[in-house]
Design a protein around this ligand. Sequence first.
Ligand code: MF3
Ligand code: CO
Ligand code: CO
Length: 270
Amino acid sequence: MDERAERRLTKDGIRLYDPSDFAGMHRAGELAARILDDVAGLVVPGASTAEIDEAITRMVDEAGATSATIGYKGYQHASCISVNHVVCHGIPGDKRLKDGDILNIDVTVIVDGWYGDTSRMYVAGKLSRKAERLIQVTHDALFKGIEAVRPGNTFGDIGHAIQAYVEAHRMSVVRDFCGHGLGRVFHAPPNVLHYGRPGTGAVLEPGMFFTIEPMVNLGRPETKVLADDWTAVTRDKSLSAQFEHSVGVTEDGVEIFTLSPGGRFHPTWG
Ligand code: MF3
Ligand code: CO
Ligand code: CO
């Protein structure tokens, strides 16, 4: 339960947090981002994704925080690790990384009741030219979306900025998964689509907290979920990439809660 009696909601059912709530989101976001920084050294050919996830579980524990994903709808891991043509929600397991594999690691932690949700791309060994291009376009598409975050713009403006950028590079935006409101909860309204038309959708207001987490495919946008009920893959087996930040709308723009403390958000940095 929330201690605060008064809770502000827009007509679209989107919660508006108070200026004093940004600090809690920064603490949660920073921990999630620091864990993603610290796990980078473990992403090497021969490592299994289960080993990487176990290290993440330990880091969450050592920080005195809670994993938001362990126990979420029956999910049993502290991260999702999505390799190559896996779009999202890859389940950590015994399979070992090979040289040139690209992977998204997605971590959500709870700190003092606040949720921090972020993901980024890594490479095991040597990054191929085509994977590097996909990763760069996906990263830059996330930032095109973030640049559209300011009061008075709409969620359609965010989606349009991402879609236009991706399609200009002849890649495709996944439609089957979206970003989401978060704050004192993991998933809340609105659905943050990574495609759309300018001026459509709810109007952004100061105090909205949500994720932007575009998934971009080298081939077609269609996905399917495997028999484990989690792992989403590209139907055409093409490579897929994703980056995710948790952000808050301010009076004049945006704050990113999940910036990398070590400046390592992109696999070729740091
Ligand atoms: N962190 C994911 C997101 O960006 C959700 C993962 S839910 C899980 O929303 F159960 F698969 F971990
Ligand atoms: Co998310
Ligand atoms: Co996430």
